[in-house]
Design a binder for this molecule. Structure first.
Ligand SMILES: [Zn+2]
Length: 179
């Protein structure tokens, strides 16, 4: 059995695997895969000449952008990290003009020191904080930073130790149209 050479996937098996992966992404983000069945079929049809890996990559991106961001999981800070307030209090959070790492557009975002803490408060890749609103949505499926921060506090997804830091940062971002 295991000694047969690998054979290309049949279209049926390929569709089955791709659907399994596509629907798993949607389910993980709280969505109902069946609502996206038609989109899936349409996309698959349009991609029929592409290699399997490329289909899989595009379908995953599609699943991410079609569904709402997952619930933010409150994550305790790293063991060695002092409380944010203790460290951030002297300087506080800050914002700066950033160049989007993906598209090169300039936008207002958290400064480097703030990102250091945000990376530890939120379970996102650090790049989330370094790209513009359009790229946040396109590549991560998440809304802009001010919405993310205010929702995290409103729904108590982050530890109260961080609220002072986050509300200050939120105010700065809102005042300057930050993303
Ligand atoms: Zn961008």
């Amino acid at each position: 059995m295991g000694e047969r050479p690998p054979v290309p996937l049949s279209p049926e098996l390929e569709r089955w695997i791709l659907w399994a992966k596509f629907s798993a992404v949607i389910r993980a983000r709280g969505g109902n895969p069946e609502e996206f069945r038609e989109d899936f079929e349409r996309a698959l049809e349009a991609m029929k000449d592409l290699p399997f890996e490329e289909k899989q990559r595009r379908l995953e991106e599609m699943a991410i952008s079609a569904t709402p961001p997952p619930v933010i999981v409150a994550r305790p800070p790293a063991v060695a990290m002092p409380p944010v307030e203790a460290v951030a209090a002297p300087a506080g959070p800050g914002v700066m003009t950033r160049v989007c790492k993906r598209c090169g557009r300039t936008f207002t975002g958290p400064d480097e020191a703030s990102i250091y803490y945000l990376e530890r408060i939120f379970p996102f890749p650090s790049e989330y904080w370094e790209v513009c609103a359009v790229c946040k949505k396109r590549y991560f499926g998440y809304p802009p930073a001010p919405i993310m921060i205010s929702q995290a506090m409103r729904y108590r997804r982050v530890h109260p130790d961080y609220w002072a830091f986050l509300s200050q940062l939120l105010r700065m971002l809102e005042e300057r149209g930050g993303e």
